[in-house]
Design a protein around this ligand. Structure first.
Ligand code: F6R
Length: 266
């Protein structure tokens, strides 16, 4: 796992955006795994800027989102369908039929999950999987105690995640209990995983995922076994890392060619 510690949340979003933009420029028909949440807002803003100002072309791209709330339809303002439209899809030239988000209103959950996984396989698998990190160590909505071999399914959110995600809903509307989420095993099948995290709230989960044992109580810790995983965090999120100085040293001394492989030439 490569750990890159940057000075600010803005720097994390910029680097996340640059890594995605480089992937799209290098391989326009890439299959991206996408995430939602506060962490991704700056990343998607960066991609929209690249499209508007530099003509970054999304026309051949395919995308699969990690998750959706059960019970929220695409037009619900708090659904992840709405989030993706507002933050990214409405502002770039991606073909809507190439974008995929789990259907929170599906009547047969098991059949829908099976078909969603089959669509990922038919598209050739995920080249680059974007991930945020839950305060409790979740990736996707694989909450603590999720099987590290889990596949796409329905999950119940923990009280902590429901409390954190409360901010996505207007007063009076409660956070849904259930989500559809790709499983830990689906995430591990991506060719490259890129996890972004910033802020002091994430520091305990970052420390556990990077330096703790691989354990279902912190599903993100399974990424220690991924052959190509990049973690980009800010100083606050990295505050509890014992090896923080080593990670900074490694990044500062990274050969230019290796940096260019990740995020292109400056
Ligand atoms: C959302 C997702 C979640 C979030 C995580 C962090 O699609 O998969 O794992 O990435 O809950 O959320 P934020 O970025 O809001 O802190």
């Amino acid at each position: 796992m490569e750990v890159i510690i940057l000075s600010s949340p803005e720097a994390v979003s910029q680097m996340g955006g640059r890594i995605l933009a480089h992937q799209i420029a290098r391989c326009p028909a890439s299959v991206l795994g996408l995430a939602t949440g506060q962490t991704m807002v700056g990343v998607y803003r960066y991609l929209v800027e690249q499209h508007c100002q530099r003509g970054l072309d999304f026309s051949a791209l395919h995308s699969f989102n990690l998750d959706e709330y059960v019970g929220l339809g695409p037009s619900h303002p708090c659904s992840y369908h709405s989030y993706m439209a507002q933050q990214l899809f409405n502002h770039i030239n991606i073909e809507r039929e190439n974008t995929h988000i789990p259907d929170g209103l599906c009547s047969d959950v098991m059949a829908h999950c099976r078909e969603y996984e089959q669509a990922i396989t038919a598209a050739g698998g995920i080249d680059l999987q974007l991930l945020g990190l839950g305060d409790d160590g979740h990736i996707g909505f694989n909450e603590p105690s999720s099987s590290l071999s889990s596949r796409m399914r329905i999950k119940t959110l923990t009280p902590m995640t429901r409390r954190v995600n409360r901010r996505e809903f207007p007063p009076g509307e409660s956070t849904p209990l259930h989500v559809l989420t790709l499983g830990v095993a689906n995430i591990m099948e991506a060719r490259h995983c890129l996890l972004l995290a910033f802020g002091a709230n994430k520091a305990p989960a970052v420390q556990t995922m990077v330096e703790g044992p691989i354990n279902a109580m912190c599903p993100a810790s399974v990424l220690q076994q991924h052959p190509h995983c990049t973690l980009v965090i800010d100083e606050a999120a990295g505050a509890f890392l014992q090896l923080a100085d080593y990670f900074r040293f490694v990044y500062e001394h990274k050969p230019a060619w290796q940096r260019a492989l990740l995020e292109g030439s400056p």
